[in-house]
Design a protein around this ligand. Sequence first.
Ligand code: AMP
Length: 503
Amino acid sequence: MTKFSDLNLDPKVLKAVADAGYETPTPIQAGAIPPALEGRDVLGIAQTGTGKTASFTLPMISLLARGRARARMPRSLVLCPTRELAAQVAENFDAYAKYVKLTKALLIGGVSFKEQEAVINRGADVLIATPGRLLDHFERGKLLLTGVQIMVVDEADRMLDMGFIPDIERIFSLTPFTRQTLFFSATMAPEIERITNTFLSAPERVEVARQATTSENITQSVIMFKGSRKDREGTEKRKLLRELIESEGDGCKNAIIFCNRKVDVDTVAKSMKKYGLDAAAIHGDLEQSHRMRTLDGFRDGTLRFLVASDVAARGLDIPNVSHVFNYDVPSHAEDYVHRIGRTGRAGKKGTAIMICNPRDERNLADIEALVNHEIPRGGDALVAAPEAAPAEAPASPSAEAKAETAEKPKRPSRSRKPKPSAPKAEASAEPQTADAPKSAEAIETAEAPKEPSGSRPAQTERKSSTRGNASGRNAAPRGGQPVGLGDDMPSFIAKSFEERLES
Ligand code: AMP
């Protein structure tokens, strides 16, 4: 087995690694560090939790230890998709560079330009930045990227999801083409492949197993859930979440609860707090200082539940998370792997429980195909209650015992309007600012149905909704079959309203 001492790292870096308590390099470290130290480009295909941060920071520090910083001309650059991830890389950098005299600047949004400029002016060896903020600094004329010798792109697939690829291309073009590039992505989408083909030069490709690394330590289950009525679905789902947490007992030391949409992150966190659970929300619309405080609280154990969106929580290294709850089935199968990878870290056991609505079964199937195993169906949770069930219909057998009454809708919803935004659009990249409910009452109204009316068709019906199948409900969701299009009816017309939102 490779040892850190075999890797040719700077002795001061090795000392810091020993202080961190690492005994052996992880596969991505063993694969990426030697070529990186030789000055070669590296294409690392690895997800978070594999030790990939050290796989680029350790060689970077070793290489940089040999030179000196120059004002306004950083020698290296690390690009991260989110502020949190950038902050985390910066922390890693501090830990591994503690015996080496190097300076760094963290360039992320939500922090004043002035402070950041002052550090750049003094001369930073390493810039750790989100693409937008880096380009802002560049455009203000405060930064020259022509001295960059090493450039790291971390979580490139997430950059793609977030629409940062044009920024990344621009940043590549601002750095010398002689630079060394260390490029990391959990997956290789065609667009990512294109970027690597364009900007990397004969890279050493290091690929580590995608999910098997964490899943063995994580007990996974999925709870099928269907609300008794459309207008009670959110209420009942939040109640189910509380019951799931409760049923885990003291074993649930802390948890991250993932929602697909920012509005749900807020709603779920508020609702949990209302029920006495120590929860706080984190998503891209919250102030950076607020997000940092929340994360610190979760890390140091003063906050028990973190309700999060994918983007905000992506790549965060929070040790000792006992549980991950997927309040929603993520719409990208990869996100499931990332989400549950927050637990079961560093050889510890973890539990991942996901709530699945029938309309998400297709996404569940995609996840199971990706992780290559069936996720056990847990509990006898929620089955659809009859349409005529009373509003207080218990969400599950255990709910009955608790005579849970809270979170009733204030008004039975008759004139509910569909939300203006497509639910899927927010799924991964958080591009839109959904209005968070302002009060506990508002929690209920935030649950507007996502389709015009009525219950959804069964999954099998949705799947069969294709061109030529225009007679079903899916084909004509707004009443009546489209006419006058003959056999050449475009397939999107045959899709349900919901499917069109999704596509
Ligand atoms: P990352 O994939 O970079 O987010 O790292 C995941 C976790 O693994 C972090 O908590 C690191 O501190 C830890 N880690 C990184 N390298 C090693 C190693 N060689 N041995 C043990 N833990 C490690």
